[in-house]
Design a protein around this ligand. Structure first.
Ligand code: DX5
Ligand code: ZN
Length: 223
């Protein structure tokens, strides 16, 4: 089954109130969001540590949102079983963190979870060309991962345009996600360049009420 073709906003919990995660998830759901983005960090691949499978699993019982799990961890293949068991709907691994990327992508897909690969800003698209038929989504990082609230790196926009052309050429159902420095102001340009799914942390959670912020993003990209 493919992901929807509609524009999706995936709020990053990195900017949410960690002491009230279940309430934040409920608030997103009642605000009409369908996805939520989990930024898992290990203190090795990125210089920051967040949460892991036990926290996601505990929250899974509290939410029916689509759990978009972004693994910023070294050798993510070691933990796919744990994240599948925790209730991830999509697992995104970094190409730079995995030597045997095809094996890890196959493992995710065989587990019945959507498989995605993320590329750091400087990582060439060529890395994932031959994996596109297996990928539900490619994540183009528009900041160096590790922290919320950073500024968008402009050249990543060209990368999205090139990826859109590569996907059209390969004729696959792969969706394009952008993550990092997304704002209400740059969202229309990112979608026009070919992004289908935008992650937003600080530009979303810093601006309640969530239903209004969600509508503002929707309106900005459909103008
Ligand atoms: C960065 C994370 C992003 C981050 C986005 O390492 O992968 O998901 O939370 O935050 P903003 O939208 O504030 O740049
Ligand atoms: Zn992320």
């Amino acid at each position: 089954m493919s992901l929807t073709n509609d524009f999706i906003l995936s709020p990053s919990l990195l900017s949410s109130d960690f002491s009230r995660l279940a309430e934040e998830l409920a608030a997103l759901e009642s605000a009409g969001l369908s996805w939520v983005h989990w930024d898992v960090m290990d203190g090795r691949f990125v210089p920051n540590i967040t949460f892991g499978p036990p926290v996601i699993k505990a929250c899974r019982k509290e939410s029916s949102l689509f759990f978009d799990v972004h693994l910023m961890i070294e050798e993510p293949g070691r933990f796919i079983g744990e994240f599948v068991d925790a209730g991830a709907d999509l697992i995104c691994v970094h190409a730079e963190a995995e030597t045997h990327l095809e094996r890890t992508v196959s493992l995710i897909a065989q587990s019945g979870v959507k498989a995605a690969v993320s590329l750091n800003p400087h990582t060439p698209l060529e890395t994932i060309r031959y994996l596109l038929p297996q990928l539900s989504m490619v994540l183009i990082m528009s900041v160096n991962p590790g922290f919320g609230g950073q500024s968008f790196i402009p050249f990543t926009l060209d990368k999205v345009r090139d990826l859109r052309a590569m996907i059209d050429d390969a004729d696959t159902d792969t969706r394009i996600q952008m993550d990092g420095g997304v704002t209400l102001e740059n969202a229309p340009t990112l979608v026009a360049a070919g992004a289908d799914i935008l992650v937003s942390g600080s530009a979303f959670f810093g601006h309640p009420p969530y239903a209004d912020r969600h509508s503002a993003f929707q309106q900005a990209v459909t103008r």
